[in-house]
Design a protein around this ligand. Structure first.
Ligand code: DP6
Length: 354
């Protein structure tokens, strides 16, 4: 299957010839794993976060989305494929979020009509693996192309953010990405800190749970401020953001790892102490965290981070990835291990899902 990158992501591509005139487009977009997380919003409707976040875009996991724009009245037709089976009606809550974003993009473009959408994930959805980030990034990129727009990556990031899945703002870019917390049009889109080939890091994802999470990130953002530790985390973040930026620039893995692990634990402390509390961790999460500490004692540089779910992302360097995957895969609590790494970001595909 052939693929092309987006402007600002893959520098070797000349996209000037790719002005979309067709009304159908397919885009494959990866999830991202945040080193410094988005948790709590100043304006949740518009996904304006309290704090900047920094992430690494993955390569192997992806959402793929085909969008067709029909210049006729009617309901949007949304199909979804979660696993290996065929396409079916998307789960109601997810379909509603997709529908709302399609309406938003239609309004933005100043057009009528309706959309046919098919979307699929290569990995379990809604389990803290950022399927919303990749899904809404792919949906935004495919819809704008199907409408004939060939936008700058900053505008694509803003539009993806407006989906309500704020982390989708980061998934339109490859490599290492920062999403600032500003409120203005110029300050609410993500930008690339460094391309994927700047630093080859791996993410070994230990799956301890693949069902949907009990509390959505949206509810987590809503409750974040009710935690007594919310303000303390905000106080710590400027120093941590700077440390992560510097660690990426200097390719200093030990520094990056210690900050990202502390940050993940703090985020979950905020979640566990919010009103009402949110416990994303499962017993399996703790056994993976213990195994990662043991790996470090054995001389393997591996560090953990968890999004809004029980699964553990283990950041490590390429030479250690196999050993980390083997050790974590041996744990009774771990059902599966996904070995991923930093990647160059979304791509346009010529082959459509329908
Ligand atoms: C913990 O509001 O972007 O992953 O819509 O579920 O993707 P979804 O969540 P979103 O919040 C992300 C929360 C987080 C941290 C992060 O990725 O920054």
């Amino acid at each position: 299957m052939s693929g092309r990158g987006f402007p600002g992501n893959r520098e070797d591509e000349d996209l000037s010839t790719h002005k979309a005139t067709v009304h159908k487009a397919t885009v494959k977009a990866p999830p991202n794993i945040a080193f410094i997380k988005y948790w709590g919003a100043r304006d949740l409707e518009r996904a304006i976060p309290f704090n900047p976040s920094i992430s690494m875009t993955l390569e192997r996991c992806y959402s793929r989305c085909t969008v067709e724009w029909l210049d006729q009245d009617g309901e949007h037709d949304i199909k979804w494929r979660g696993g290996g089976g065929g396409f079916e009606a998307a789960p109601p809550a997810f379909a509603e979020r997709i529908r709302a974003h399609l309406d938003r993009l239609r309004l933005w473009a100043g057009v009528g009509g309706c959309f046919r959408v098919a979307t699929e994930n290569s990995f379990p959805a809604a389990a803290g693996l950022a399927s919303s980030a990749s899904g809404f990034a792919a949906l935004t990129l495919a819809t704008t192309r199907a409408l004939g727009h060939n936008l700058a990556v900053s505008e694509l990031s803003s539009l993806a953010r407006a989906s309500g899945s704020g982390s989708a703002a980061r998934s339109v870019l490859g490599g290492y990405v920062e999403w600032p917390s500003g409120d203005s049009a110029e300050a609410c889109h993500a930008y690339q800190l460094a391309p994927a080939d700047h630093w080859s890091l791996c993410d070994v994802i230990a799956l301890v749970e693949t069902g949907p999470k009990a509390v959505s990130s949206l509810d987590g953002h809503r409750r974040a401020e009710s935690s007594p530790y919310f303000v303390r985390r905000q106080e710590l973040l400027p120093g941590r953001l700077e440390a992560v930026r510097e660690a990426i620039t200097d390719r200093d893995f030990a520094r990056l790892g210690s900050v990202l692990e502390a940050e993940a634990i703090d985020l979950h402390c905020v979640a566990m102490t919010s009103q009402p509390p949110i416990f994303y961790w499962q017993p399996g999460t703790l056994s993976v965290l213990a195994a990662i500490r043991q790996l470090r004692r054995d001389g393997v540089a591996a560090y953990a981070t968890m999004d809004a779910g029980a699964n553990v992302h283990t950041l490590c360097q390429p030479d250690d990835a196999e050993c980390v995957a083997t050790r974590l895969g041996e744990l009774e609590a771990v059902g599966d291990v996904i070995s991923d790494r930093v990647g160059p970001g979304p791509e346009i595909q010529d082959e459509h899902l329908f």
